[in-house]
Design a protein around this ligand. Structure first.
Ligand code: BEZ
Length: 216
């Protein structure tokens, strides 16, 4: 337990390189490095054969083509065994017709869970909570979401974050609250007095010099 506490103190953070791992999955042994060049959504769930997790796996599986359109792969994780993951995925397909198309890590040793700070003892001392790590093609962690055991994730929000990050990378802009693809984006704020004056002449939609939007 002390060892777990020590490890938990050093959670990975946004903007840092994703911790490397090699893990047993339902698609064989996979390493973080196998995903280099793709976006990767690494997400943990508390346990196989549980109701909220099942609804999430159905939703992630149904949205898989949307992740692929964005060049993103999915990789699930829990501390259950590969046999349990396989049995659960088969059960989901048998009962709902939805095939789970992405690999699931069987983190029986908790090696990956501890590295990524996926166990939050206040929620559960033994299970991973609902974490989402959005990792870019250079394997930098770009966003992290934590949900409690009792709240199923919003898959549209995960796709929206990927859209926002890809828009930021492509155009050097930021995205406002509740932004959706196709909507105006935020032009970086000027850093000089001259820049602030110029900004207002550029034809952007501005609330003031520090908050201007444009279409991309
Ligand atoms: C669920 O997926 O339903 C669940 C799993 C662990 C704790 C609470 C709910």
């Amino acid at each position: 337990m002390e060892e777990l506490r020590e490890e938990i103190i050093s959670f990975p953070r946004v903007g840092e390189m994703a911790p490397s791992f090699e893990a047993v999955t339902t698609h064989g042994t996979l390493r973080l490095e196998d995903f280099k060049g793709s976006w990767l959504v690494l997400f943990s769930h508390p346990a196989d054969f549980t109701p909220v997790c099942t609804t999430e796996f159905i939703a992630f599986s149904q949205a898989y083509p949307e992740f692929q359109k964005r060049g993103a792969e999915l990789l699930g994780l829990s501390v259950d065994s590969v046999s349990s993951h396989i049995a659960w995925a088969r059960n989901i397909q048998e009962k709902t017709g939805v095939k789970v198309p992405f690999p699931i890590i069987a983190d029986l040793s908790k090696e990956v869970s501890i590295k990524y700070g996926m166990i939050h003892p206040g929620e559960s001392k033994t299970e991973t909570i609902r974490c989402v790590f959005i990792i870019d093609p250079d394997q930098v962690i770009r966003a992290i979401l934590y949900y409690p055991l009792t709240t199923g994730r919003n898959i549209s929000e995960i796709l929206r974050i990927i859209d926002a990050l890809q828009t930021t990378d492509k155009y050097g802009v930021a995205t406002p609250a509740n932004w959706q693809p196709g909507e105006k984006v935020i032009v970086p704020a000027p850093t000089t007095v001259e820049g602030a004056e110029e900004r207002l002449k550029e034809g952007y939609e501005c609330v003031d010099w520090y908050l201007c939007k444009k279409s991309v």
